[in-house]
Write a protein of this length. Structure first.
Length: 195
């Protein structure tokens, strides 16, 4: 067999493989939901039934977030916790918002960072979880560079401003369903872990 014949066979094999791929992808195009191309007429599978309008993304997000705990801090600053979720990776994420309900900017955030000034800068790395039953305190997780897995950059909260926050912690044992959330300058809040 000469080189020229070998090239023809390989070229033919490539064309055959490409054709099989095109057919396979064409067969995967229908996801079983009966979608038709845009602008194509559709047949009503249920004659006589009116089409139900689908809610838009803006109407779905208009609901206020769930508030699991709301605690007051100094100078009219209020902390709201919206979620305490046990994640599959072996950690717990606490998230919510900090709102300045006062009439002056709030700048006393130094206590929130704990001892993280060099690696995380201005942050909420000073928050902790306490498992009272297991008698254990959990600190904010760090990445490989030593930075906290939490909100950073909160220096001043203007009057009337809300700032979202999150912090991730090692997960307590699966038998622990309730923890105490300690955020410096706020009263502790007892929270249930979801998930």
């Amino acid at each position: 067999m000469s080189i020229r014949n070998t090239v023809k066979v390989r070229g033919g094999a490539a064309v055959a493989v490409a054709a099989v791929l095109v057919l396979a992808l064409a067969g995967c195009g229908d996801d079983g939901q009966g979608k038709t191309p845009q602008g194509a007429p559709t047949a009503d599978k249920n004659p006589g039934s009116a089409a139900q309008p689908q809610p838009s993304a803006s109407s779905q997000s208009s609901a206020p977030p769930q508030v699991l705990a709301k605690v007051n801090g100094e100078a009219g600053v209020v902390l709201s916790v919206h979620a305490v979720a046990r994640e599959a990776g072996g950690f717990v994420t606490v998230s919510g918002q900090i709102e300045n309900t006062g009439d002056k900017p709030f700048a006393n955030t130094a206590a929130w960072r704990g001892t993280e000034l060099k690696t995380s800068g201005v942050s909420v790395a000073g928050v902790t979880l306490v498992d009272k039953v297991g008698k254990k305190r959990y600190y904010v997780l760090r990445d490989t560079d030593g930075r906290c897995l939490c909100t950073t950059g909160v220096v001043i909260i203007e009057a009337g401003q809300s700032v979202p926050f999150f912090a991730q912690f090692p997960a307590p044992p699966a038998t622990t369903s309730e923890i105490e959330f300690n955020f410096p300058t706020f009263t502790p809040a007892t929270l249930k872990i979801s998930g």
